[in-house]
Design a protein around this ligand. Structure first.
Ligand SMILES: *[C@@H]1O[C@H](CO)[C@@H](O)[C@H](O)[C@H]1NC(C)=O
Ligand SMILES: *[C@@H]1O[C@H](CO)[C@@H](O)[C@H](O)[C@H]1NC(C)=O
Ligand SMILES: *[C@@H]1O[C@H](CO)[C@@H](O)[C@H](O)[C@H]1NC(C)=O
Ligand SMILES: *[C@@H]1O[C@H](CO)[C@@H](O)[C@H](O)[C@H]1NC(C)=O
Ligand SMILES: *[C@@H]1O[C@H](CO)[C@@H](O)[C@H](O)[C@H]1NC(C)=O
Ligand SMILES: *[C@@H]1O[C@H](CO)[C@@H](O)[C@H](O)[C@H]1NC(C)=O
Length: 660
């Protein structure tokens, strides 16, 4: 039997966040964590086992959601397939998680839910614990308090169930319990305290400090715990031990730094009585300093404090207990922003489905083909004969994973390039038609990219297309359609301009002090009957030198025409903390592993690279007899790059496109 996902407008997903961990590797903070989500309507139709309900583990990601209803504080919430306009997010709380406690206590996290939850989205809040009734009342109070002065409307879309997940009697527990993550981070993070005077260890939840601090690993080693007051000043007694310090009197950063100076092996900061666990992070300049000892926040544990007071030795170790979770991607830090981003993406995806309904001549190039190794994915296609009949060309590309779940997805954010060859052995064979960047361990990316100016590259009946990334990347499953379409011509039949020639300009290279030395001016003459000329460039900056170049530094790219016209592309948001989150509404995949949130040099993880297009008609001499010059150069902070170590690199395809 074939089951269909809900209509694109009725996407749903499920979320439970258990905990987050972050470590630092190869200069880039690396994140490990989850939430859970179900049907992402990745495919419009999915074939399944005979009945999803009969599966021991319940539905898989991408399966349709069956109807259900749950009691809520206001009555009942019912879900009927097809009855909702937008996404439904199901979030399960547990106060056994320091991560969730913080997410639900932090003002900025709650405000982000209240102010930024897309209007289309409803959220059902559940609790995993026996205390579901008091949890539901508390969650509602937390959100009502914050919503009152900001956005009361949102409350009508938030539903709170007093029934614990294990007593729901529908498929939701199956998903929450069995979408089990196998990675290192799928955990309730805890600290285990032991002391000779106690019969039993004391186990408490913890929340590790935020990146870019070093995180506690699931390190079974036991540390002596030593009291160090508020930890604001170095304290020699903590050398080699885990420092036990109170919150307050100075920043979290200062505490960890002063304990590091005292040679402590790590720091446990306890919340003052009545205070929630907080997300310990650096602020401003603090973030420039590197800290090399782990730090985590816990509640004040009375027996621990008393034992330390009377000088009875206490030992502590870190443990991670697996939780049940899955596919809403990774919540890097305790904030509802991650839930909003996923919901924004669902709205993007529903709108994309609508766009894909519009009429077009669709040529299927890859249909769930594995892209791997040196060769990547390769296909030869027949093209419609009269390209000149079409006004637009869009690439409809998606990157998914070998398995249904994100755990089967490839690591890292690598550039994926689509190369076209319509003239084997000819000069334009191997020209780049499109570029994307892989979504670090998430399989939901799909993008529609306008590459109309490059239509002349496809001027042949048969073209071979190759899509590939670095050969060492784990495999991706790619789909690609070329969508040729006709604009509405009623009023501008006559004025309609069509590209007829594409002249390649420059490509990139190693972004070092010699970067600009290799570019020589190109002479270009404008063919007769040209009515418009466009500069078209696809530029991305990668690597990480001492200035963070090119991925995380602001570079600018200049195409100087006739020595006068300085056409400039600047990557202003490179290195900003949330630059790529702003692109989720346009299709950047949210909640990836890695530092997907940071702005980057011309790209985002899990996103298409948008071509940069500028009309340069007026900058050129139209007469064929008068040549024009074009030269390119790339700068870092307005100057030639000058890295002192491991330079980055620029990947660039650039063209002049002539229209008539
Ligand atoms: C969560 O647990 C902490 C201590 O572990 C407690 O102070 C707090 O009141 C609890 N919150 C709820 C909603 O139960
Ligand atoms: C903060 O500093 C004051 C004065 O040194 C001290 O009395 C107090 O105990 C400190 N607070 C904490 C939470 O350690
Ligand atoms: C920390 O360790 C270093 C190197 O072993 C030593 O020089 C320094 O005196 C120690 N500092 C403290 C406060 O123990
Ligand atoms: C085409 O143009 C006409 C008149 O401008 C307009 O009424 C119609 O909605 C347009 N159709 C589309 C598909 O854009
Ligand atoms: C066109 O060419 C003439 C002569 O070479 C030159 O003086 C003029 O500046 C050029 N115009 C533009 C727009 O570059
Ligand atoms: C082009 O503009 C950039 C800054 O936008 C400047 O640094 C560069 O010197 C300019 N180049 C020329 C040749 O005008």
């Amino acid at each position: 039997m074939v089951l269909l996902c809900p209509k694109p407008s009725v996407l749903w997903l499920l979320a439970v966040v258990v905990t987050a961990r972050v470590g630092k590797a190869a200069g880039k903070p690396k994140l490990i964590d989850y939430g859970a989500a179900a049907c992402d309507s990745r495919d419009n139709g999915v074939s399944l086992r005979p009945s999803a309900a009969a599966s021991p583990d319940g539905p898989e990601p991408g399966d349709p959601a069956a109807a259900f209803s749950v009691p809520t504080l206001d009555g009942e919430f019912s879900y009927q397939p097809g009855a909702l306009r937008g996404p439904l997010v199901v979030h399960a709380f547990s106060n056994k998680s320091g991560f969730l406690e913080c997410m639900w206590s932090s003002e900025s996290s709650l405000v982000s839910l209240v102010e930024e939850l897309p209007d289309s989205t409803q959220v059902l809040f559940l609790s995993l614990d026996d205390s579901a009734l008091s949890d539901a009342l508390w969650m509602r109070d937390q959100l009502q308090r914050v919503a009152m002065h900001r956005n009361k409307e949102v409350l009508s879309r938030l539903h709170f169930s007093p029934v614990p997940v294990f007593a729901l009697g529908n498929w939701i527990p199956n998903v929450l319990y069995y979408w089990r993550c196998t990675g290192r981070g799928c955990v309730f993070s805890q600290v285990v305290f032991k002391s000779e005077g106690w019969n039993m260890p004391i186990i408490v939840k913890r929340l590790d400090a935020r990146y870019d601090w070093l995180m506690t690993r699931g390190d079974p080693k036991s540390y002596r715990l030593m009291e160090a007051g508020d930890g604001c000043e170095p304290s020699p007694s903590v050398a080699g031990a885990l420092a036990w310090v109170s919150e307050g009197n100075c920043s979290f950063f200062t505490k960890v730094q002063s304990m590091a100076k005292s040679n402590a092996s790590g720091v446990l900061v306890y919340a003052l009585p009545g205070n929630p666990i907080q997300d310990m992070n650096c602020v401003g300049d603090e973030c420039d300093a590197t800290l090399a000892i782990p730090a985590a926040m816990v509640h004040l544990e009375v027996s621990v404090a008393r034992a330390l007071e009377i000088g009875q030795p206490v030992y502590a170790s870190f443990q991670n207990t697996p939780g049940a979770l899955a596919e809403m991607g990774w919540f890097i830090y305790p904030s509802f922003s991650f839930l909003n981003w996923q919901a924004q993406w669902f709205d993007f995806y529903a709108a994309l489905q609508t766009k894909l309904q519009s009429p077009a001549e669709v040529i299927s190039v890859f249909d769930k083909v594995q892209m791997h190794g040196e060769d990547g994915a390769v296909a030869t296609v027949e093209l419609p004969i009269a390209l000149s009949d079409f006004d637009a060309l869009h690439l409809d590309a998606s990157l998914s994973c070998p398995g249904a779940r994100d755990s089967s997805c490839a690591h890292w954010d690598h550039a994926v390039r689509l190369l076209v060859c319509c003239d084997p052995g000819g000069p334009s064979c191997g020209t780049e038609l499109g570029r994307w960047v892989t979504a670090f361990r998430r399989g939901i990316g799909r993008w529609l990219t306008d590459v109309t100016p490059l239509i002349p590259l496809l001027d042949s009946n048969r073209c071979t297309l190759t899509m590939k990334t670095v050969p060492w990347a784990m495999p991706w499953v790619v789909s690609l359609n070329l969508r040729f379409s006709v604009n509405n011509r009623t009023d501008y039949d006559v004025k309609k301009l069509r590209p007829f020639r594409v002249t390649p300009l420059y490509s990139g290279g190693t972004f070092d002090k010699n970067y600009n030395k290799r570019y020589r001016p190109t002479e270009v003459s404008v063919p007769a009957s040209t009515r418009k000329v466009e500069l078209y460039a696809v530029v991305t900056a990668h690597g990480y030198d001492d200035n963070g170049c090119g991925e995380f530094c602001v570079t600018s790219h200049h195409f100087l025409i006739n020595d006068v016209f300085n056409n400039t592309l600047t990557f202003d948001s490179a290195g900003t903390p949330l630059g790529c989150t702003l692109r989720v509404k346009e299709g950047a995949v949210p909640n990836e592993h890695g530092t997907w949130l940071y702005g980057r040099g011309g790209w985002c993880d899990g996103f298409q690279v948008d071509p940069w297009r500028t009309d340069v008609t007026k900058q050129l001499n139209a007469s064929e007899s008068e040549p024009n010059t074009v030269v390119y150069f790339g700068l870092f902070q307005g100057k030639d790059p000058n890295p002192s170590k491991e330079p980055g690199y620029i990947i660039m395809s650039s063209f002049l496109v002539f229209y008539k």
